[in-house]
Design a binder for this molecule. Structure first.
Ligand code: TXA
Ligand code: MG
Length: 329
């Protein structure tokens, strides 16, 4: 390998642009020609490519180093567009109407002759689809006029990016020529993934839409089985969303060489660095801060990260899911 890593083209950072008309037109042209563009959504930044173009989808897997058995979420402008790709039962439609645009992904059967690349759905006969609630994502979708496959714009297994800079730090310009900068993501956690392939809805991944909100519309959610074969939703792999440093959970005290991820008003003192997800105990604020704070603690020079317990209600279910997977090494 070359020793001139800094001048290696693969080390070049993607271009980061404010999402004005010109940048969005450039992004759409790149996507139409089969290239990838990172763009903001309300949940996390996505690494987008033309979902109907197998080569573009393959480039997404390659840029992330993502196992090809892990299918991607397809983003569309609205439910009408979604229904040209997937079969929506009455229940699926009810959920879409209630929560789209927003942080809910629905897994539904593919329609016959579905134009989405089979690679995007990892050969499954189902499709994960959502309508993002972010002006930049929606503008890009409408200018592209095609569905965008977009996983979170991070190397596979690592923390999802909630700011444009996180994407530019981790991916190369060779794979991702352009990042549209929409500022920090409002929700900060990936979408909640719910399968509606039969009569009941199954929670595949807790996320930015709380279970209670979904259950108010769909009734009690079934739980995904984690027993055998390919995972029902590979976002549920045991080790995922991992920072570089070891992460210790349920900390009630902290060592001087640990960086502390705190929650609530009563925080142990003495850490190398302390960041508080929400001093007032607000779950939405905590969700929005989670990944960005983990990144900062990870880069703080501490030996390890200690995280205080976070309640499990509301978005706490997804926060605890991400923390427990980040702690598995
Ligand atoms: O908020 C989000 O969902 C972000 C933004 C960019 O939209 N995207 C995202 O994508 O988190 P990704 O690829 O990192 O996560 C997709 C999740 C994975 O857990 C995957 O296994 C699951 O959705 N999934 C995708 N297609 C599926 C399918 N057909 N059946 C079951 N699970 C599926
Ligand atoms: Mg991801």
């Amino acid at each position: 390998m070359s020793t001139t890593a800094a001048t290696e083209p693969s080390q070049e950072r993607p271009r980061v642009l404010p999402p004005d008309e010109t940048a969005i037109a450039q992004a759409a042209a790149l996507i139409t020609s089969g290239r990838l563009v990172a763009f903001p959504t309300e949940t996390v930044y996505g690494l987008g490519g033309d979902a109907t173009n197998g080569a573009a989808v393959a480039a997404i897997f390659a840029a992330k180093g993502r196992p090809a058995f892990n299918p991607l979420i397809v983003h569309v402008s609205d439910l009408v567009a979604a229904e040209t790709l997937g079969q929506f039962s009455e229940l699926a439609r009810r959920l879409a109407v209630a929560f789209w645009p927003g942080p809910l992904t629905l897994v539904v059967p593919r329609v016959t002759n579905c134009p989405i690349s089979l690679l995007a759905t990892a050969g499954l006969d189902t499709l994960a689809i959502r309508v993002p609630d972010h002006t930049v994502a929606r503008h890009l979708l409408s200018v592209c006029g095609r569905p965008l496959a977009a996983p979170s714009a991070n190397p596979s297994g690592r923390l999802s990016p909630t700011q444009a800079r996180d994407v530019a730090d981790a991916l190369s310009a060779i794979d991702v020529p352009l990042v549209l900068d929409g500022g920090p993501c409002r929700v900060g956690l990936e979408s909640t993934v719910v399968a509606v392939t039969g009569a009941i809805a199954t929670l595949l991944r807790p996320g930015g839409l709380a279970r209670s909100a979904i259950e108010a519309v769909a009734g009690p959610l079934a739980e995904a089985g984690e027993d055998h074969g390919a995972p029902a939703s590979p976002g549920r792999l045991a080790s995922h969303y991992a920072p570089g440093l070891p992460l210790r959970l349920n900390a009630t005290s902290v060592l001087p060489d640990e960086a502390l991820l705190a929650f609530g008003p009563h925080v142990p003192v003495g850490a190398h660095l302390t960041l508080n997800l929400s001093p007032g105990g607000d779950m939405a604020e905590a969700a929005a801060n989670l990944f960005a704070m983990l990144r900062t603690l990870d880069a703080s020079g501490a030996r390890a990260i200690a995280a205080m317990a976070v309640p499990t209600h509301g978005l706490g279910e997804a926060i605890n899911d991400r923390l427990s997977r980040a702690a598995v090494r």
